[in-house]
Write a protein that binds this ligand. Structure first.
Ligand SMILES: [Zn+2]
Ligand SMILES: [Zn+2]
Length: 215
């Protein structure tokens, strides 16, 4: 999901065999979410020898002048699932559903759910509509909590806004990630602890290499 800068190297470091990866998913085209997508297509298809890699992404990742997937590498994919509102794409036993399109600096950006269990709230401006579209009580919510304080005119989520969202949606577990320098200065561990205490929910700060079990 969203292979940003370093994904290729980090996966190697934690011992992942690229040939075991069946699916790459992009929520939007921005560099911090896609920098290594081409490298991973090359690696996961074993230089084109393996023919069963899937990619789910917005159309803008493949077409138009801002496309991020190199055309010659796209031809190595077994299939592409184009994400847009209302779409559910399937790969083996995984079902990826588009929850809604986010407003995110003009980029075609989608919040997603995986097998109706794991919800990924990617980058975007906080909108009331999120309270209608996102599911209640997901098993796990991963949320790109970029800022601590809400910033006018910047289409990213903040702790202030996420707090309101969590109060209503009450996920069983929440992972906050995608931190700005402001968040690092506040210390994500403290932020997560404060949120947990205040809301009576389990809120976890993402860390490199973190593994979570879904029961
Ligand atoms: Zn972005
Ligand atoms: Zn981002």
């Amino acid at each position: 999901m969203d292979p940003g800068p370093g994904s290729f190297v980090y996966l190697k470091e934690i011992g992942v065999d690229y040939r075991d990866i069946d699916l790459l998913v992009l929520s939007h085209i921005h560099l911090d979410h896609t920098a290594d997508v081409n490298t991973l297509i090359e690696a996961c298809t074993d230089g084109g020898r393996r023919k069963d890699l899937y990619l789910f992404c917005p159309r803008s990742a493949l077409e138009g002048e801002d496309r991020v997937v190199l055309p010659y590498l796209r031809r190595r994919l077994k299939d592409v699932g184009l994400l847009r509102e209302g779409v559910t794409a399937e790969c083996k036993d995984l079902k990826v559903s588009v929850i809604m399109r986010h407003t995110h600096h003009g980029a075609e950006t989608y919040g997603l759910s995986f097998n109706d269990r794991v919800v990924y709230m990617t980058c975007g401006r906080y909108e009331e509509r999120m309270l209608e579209e996102y599911p209640d009580n997901p098993e796990l919510l991963i949320v790109n909590t970029t800022f601590y304080k809400k910033r006018e005119g910047i289409d990213h989520l903040s702790v202030e806004e996420i707090k309101e969202f969590l109060k209503v949606k009450r996920p069983k577990r929440t992972v906050i990630t995608h931190f700005s320098m402001e968040m690092h200065e506040k210390d994500p561990r403290r932020v997560a602890e404060d949120l947990s205490q205040e809301l009576g929910l389990e809120v976890i700060p993402a860390e490199d290499g973190m593994v979570l079990d879904l029961n």
